[in-house]
Design a binder for this molecule. Structure first.
Ligand SMILES: Nc1nc2c(ncn2[C@@H]2O[C@H](COP(=O)(O)OP(=O)(O)OP(=O)(O)O)[C@@H](O)[C@H]2O)c(=O)[nH]1
Ligand SMILES: [Mg+2]
Length: 302
């Protein structure tokens, strides 16, 4: 931090606001480690944020989310939009597997100053949602990235929560992958403003798209092949339509702020050893029915 900013937080903050990739990467490393040195910088950046459009891209492992983001980024860059990409990596921070793969897949964009790509290891956090995620979004936002893709793996309740932070959610599914029937039954199609059916033969893709449409008539479902570039024009124009829905944009900002406050508070309680403030004796007494859990929570903090 000191090396790059000549020990001056103002200079450092300004360089991030100017879109400097190295400074942003340094700050992202700090927030990933939950280093308190990041705090004054985040505070200074916050008033400059809130401009980016967040696009959540979620779906089962390996359905082609990164390949699709890569394609959409190509399209966005042609429209001269700056793009940020955050891949939430729920795996071990040591493996670095996801980023390595994405580096190969997105290599052309790594050379483009208008694109910032980062995978975020969220150690042990529920389904990848953590205070670091909010910080990372603010940093990319402050850099001036007008559109930020947030890639999350999986279609469980946790991913739903991450997806809800985004103003637009793109759900990616593939024939024969990630238990699509389960997703339909659980009503998880609802989280997608837009659904892309990727991979498989055109016939398999069309069949799945039809099946899904029978379950969900409210959202556009587009059959694509991210790799071959099929259906992307249709998907892009549907995405543009979603991005123009300004009303949802503002209400999502409040939701975002509420979630962020909740996570920061939770983190603070945890670091103070209050994340779960009940002793094992107390838990045992509840299990033995000597005490009831309602009273304990009711009287806690008084
Ligand atoms: N045949 C075919 N393969 C594809 C298509 N899209 C992606 N793939 C391949 O599927 C594999 C997984 O693609 P990714 O884009 O990494 O998928 P992902 O959903 O980001 O994967 P995770 O991040 O690991 O969940 C890669 O080998 C891609 O080349 C497609 O349209 N057709
Ligand atoms: Mg991926």
């Amino acid at each position: 931090l000191q090396r790059h900013s000549s020990n001056n937080p103002k200079v450092f903050v300004k360089s991030i606001l100017d879109g400097d990739i190295r400074s942003a990467a340094q700050l992202l490393t700090l927030i990933e480690r939950r280093d308190p040195a990041a705090l004054p910088l985040l505070k200074a950046l916050y008033p400059h944020t809130g401009k980016a459009r967040l696009i959540g891209v979620t779906g089962p492992a390996g359905v082609g989310k990164s390949t699709l983001i890569n394609r959409l980024t190509e399209d966005f860059r042609k429209k001269n939009r700056s793009v940020g990409i955050l891949a939430i990596d729920p795996t071990s921070p040591l493996s670095g597997g996801a980023l390595l793969g994405d580096r190969l897949r997105m290599h052309q964009h790594f050379l483009d100053q208008g694109v910032f790509i980062r995978s975020l290891a969220t150690q042990g956090a529920w389904g990848g949602i953590s205070p670091a995620l909010f910080d990372a979004i603010h940093i990319l936002d402050a850099m001036g990235k007008a559109f930020i893709f947030i890639e999350t793996i999986g279609v469980g309740q946790d991913e739903v929560r991450i997806a809800q932070l985004a103003q637009t959610v793109l759900l990616v599914l593939a024939p024969g992958m990630g238990d699509t029937v389960q997703i339909m039954k659980a009503g998880l199609l609802e989280i997608g403003d837009l659904i892309a059916v990727n991979k498989g033969t055109p016939l398999e893709g069309r069949q799945l798209a039809q099946q899904l449409q029978a379950f969900d008539q409210n959202h556009p479902i587009v059959r694509i092949s991210a790799e071959e570039g099929e259906g992307l024009r249709e998907l892009s124009s549907q995405l543009e339509r979603e991005l123009q829905k300004i009303d949802t944009f503002s209400c999502k900002k409040e939701f975002f702020a509420r979630e962020e406050l909740q996570w920061l508070l939770y983190e603070k309680l945890q670091t103070k050893g209050m994340g779960f403030p009940f002793t094992s004796e107390l838990i045992e007494s509840v299990a033995r029915r000597e005490k009831d859990p309602y009273e304990i929570v009711e009287t806690w903090g008084r």
